[in-house]
Ligand binder design. Structure first.
Ligand SMILES: Nc1ncnc2c1ncn2[C@@H]1O[C@H](COP(=O)(O)OP(=O)(O)OP(=O)(O)O)[C@@H](O)[C@H]1O
Ligand SMILES: [Mg+2]
Length: 307
């Protein structure tokens, strides 16, 4: 059996080297006896996958990717271009979309993650109209606070402007926050608009995350758990709070990760402020989830090349 290699983005300024953001992972991989190849991320995003994989040798065998997020359609082109060179990404295009986009993983995690609904984006600049928003609000129960994001990302740093909706029953306010979110995401809006019921997560300073208590959103203490073939191979902090360790209870989440059926994924877990347990904030594809700097990733990388 051949040992998988890992593909990293090339440094745009020095295409024979890994992008500086991933250089430490590539170095660690080498120390562990692993091999890496490079992909031209800009060419991949620009729709020229064949050019993007030019540096990956022919017949490269099993491959993982560790790099920047790419839209699911671009990932499919990436996988096809590698297949054209007899290389096999160990996460299929369908598997990538399932873990990377909320509608791909939501049904499996429903009940363990905040209630959510979504409106696919048709590519028009305005985003969803008032009737579509009213229908989405009704699907979420019609009242209470909520969070706005797209299939992949939020604008958590613009919490009050483009992320947090204090009251869903205020349809004008829903329209304002969603409108601003769509405007700020622009051409990068992934898939569609998601509305999620807001839940009070435990925060580093003891107050609930987000809300009006000051500090804005995105400050919940989250643990990022890295799963390979249904087993947790690394449990660390979320990259936003690299110094805050958490020890999540994984009993229920393990079964859900196995049910999703993707080989390499992450789950971000937060504890409810009332102490009643852990919630899945989001699921991600392990290939494009950020690793906090300074974390010991040797077990993770060793598992990937032993997979
Ligand atoms: N339903 C929710 N209830 C309460 N807080 C939430 C909810 N959804 C998101 N948040 C808060 O907003 C932050 C950003 O949300 P989320 O993780 O879904 O978006 P993201 O932009 O994909 O983040 P990441 O940086 O992890 O990729 C979360 O870390 C959490 O603190
Ligand atoms: Mg997140």
């Amino acid at each position: 059996m051949r040992v998988p290699a890992i593909i990293f983005p090339a440094d745009p300024l020095n295409p024979r080297r890994p992008d500086p953001h991933f250089a430490w992972e590539a170095r660690l991989l080498r120390e562990l006896g692993g091999r890496h190849h490079l992909v031209d991320h800009d060419a991949l995003l620009g729709g020229d996958a064949r050019e993007a994989v030019r540096q990956v040798p022919e017949d490269s065998g099993p491959l993982w990717y560790r790099g920047w997020m790419v839209p699911s359609a671009r990932y499919a082109e990436f996988a096809a271009a590698l297949a054209g060179r007899s290389g096999t990404l160990l996460t299929s295009a369908a598997g990538y979309a399932a873990a990377h986009e909320l509608p791909g993983w939501y049904r499996v995690f429903e009940g363990a993650t905040p209630d959510s609904t979504w409106i696919p984006w048709d590519g028009s600049a305005e985003g969803p109209g008032p009737e579509e928003l009213a229908a989405a609000v009704a699907r979420l129960g019609g009242s209470g606070p909520a969070v706005v994001k797209d299939y992949v990302k939020s604008r958590k740093h613009e919490w009050h402007e483009a992320c947090y909706v204090p009251e869903l029953a205020d349809l004008a306010a829903v329209g304002r926050v969603v409108g601003r979110f769509v405007e700020l995401q622009g051409e990068f809006l992934a898939g569609g608009v998601v509305l999620r019921r807001y839940e009070r997560f435990e925060r580093a300073d003891g107050a609930p995350a987000g809300g009006d208590g000051g500090g804005g959103g995105g400050r919940a203490v989250e643990a990022r758990v890295w799963w390979l073939d249904g087993r947790p191979v690394l449990i660390g902090p979320h990259p936003d709070t690299p110094h805050l360790a958490a020890e999540p209870d994984l009993a229920d989440v393990s079964a859900l990760v196995r049910a999703l059926g993707c080989r390499f994924v992450t789950t971000d877990l937060a504890r409810l402020a009332d102490g009643s347990g852990w919630r899945v904030v989001e699921v991600g594809d392990g290939q494009v989830s950020d690793l906090p700097h300074g974390i010991d990733a040797s077990g993770l990388l060793a598992s990937l090349i032993a997979a």
